[in-house]
Write a protein that binds this ligand. Sequence first.
Ligand code: ADP
Length: 459
Amino acid sequence: MNIHTKLTLRFSLITASILVLFSLAVYLFSANFRREEFYQRLESRALTTATLLVTVDEVDKNLLRIIDDNSVPALPDEQVLAYDSSNHLDYGNTDHPRRDYPPALLDRIRVAKKLYFDNGDYEELGMVYTARGQSYVLIASAFDRYGKSKLYNLRTVILVGLPMGIAIIVLAGRIFAKQVLAPLAKINDSVTNITAGNLDQRLNEGNQTDEIARLAMNFNLMLERLERAFEVQQSFVRDASHELRTPLAAMRSQLQVELGKVRSLQEYQAVLNSQLDDVESLSELTNGLLLLARSSMERQRLDFQSLRVDEVLFNAQEELARLKPDYNFQFDYGNMPENEADLTLLGNERLLSIAFINLMDNACKYSPDKTVHISLSVNNGSLEISFKDNGPGIPADKIERIFDPFYRVEHVKGKVKGHGIGLSLCKKIVELHDSRIIVQSTLGKGCVFKLLFAAQHIG
Ligand code: ADP
């Protein structure tokens, strides 16, 4: 069942129930009121008659009957009877009472003092009246023609009006549900038209305050994030293909030129060496891309273990030293934490090692002395590893961008080999380890890359 139907049904059900209950209450209240009012009138009629009968000696019973029948507030088909203590009908405003009142009933009235009872269409009141040492049982009965006809009228109005009212409620419910859901229907239409090709489209945010407007606003924020992510993805693919295509095109044209004529053995060797360089660079790039994809995985899917970070760092340094024998590594042990637990954290050894290698490699390759100064320390409970160099530094406005994939600062392009994915990989790895990377740079003097880990103390 769709929300429109559900809303209509619920609205109709609630409103119709209220209407039915209200009508019922009005009817019952009116019925009760009529009854009580009629009994009051019966009582006052009985009392008037009794007062005249008992207290005014001079009134002859026939005269009393005439007075009774003609008094203005007489009730339709009114009958007033007075029984004395020996159950003898002492007075009646009619010669033919509507029914017999057996002594048992009269006794019940004497016990109860006042009794109301129905006799078909007639309502009857029995009460005890005492005066001048005499006790009478008065029975007044009459037919409430006007009251009952009013009540009947009310019932007809309710029975005819109620279905009409319910029909109007259902109709109003449908319109109400349609109006309430109209903004959602609009959002639905707009969302249906948004595809990967037009992620720049936004939903109408209406008055920007109600719940539906907030839904549209949140949806727009999500679209913005999606659009940005999509752009990053697209530019990544574009940059990656560019990075792969350029060396491949260079290799192809070199091979075409070299194959144009027969060369000497030395020349072939030189070409093959140059090709090997290019292949190595390409394989470095593809490895980097693969790692970048792997580091984008969620943390749960990666193998995280308890690690001694100093050991990972020394192993990474040894690995890099083997690959680049001309690099110098200066360890500063001055602030090295003494407590082993301070150096323990939960992480992925291979990924951490790749991050360390990248930072040490950058420090060495961008500084003329090819030296990196490495230190390990604990500050305010967080483990800090810093890589400092004496290179050219990074312009302040470029520091944010160096973590973007394929971004390289202008002045290194063509001078130092690289693809611009090392730092973006580092950043991803660091984030996977719930840590931060901070860069401090002084142009012309060098820079420091600091990794801050919230150390995971074990035992
Ligand atoms: P790559 O080194 O392959 O170019 P990275 O992602 O590692 O790629 O670095 C991105 C850019 O940041 C580099 O191209 C360089 O311009 C700058 N950079 C990184 N490390 C340093 C450093 N230690 N000194 C100066 N510039 C650096």
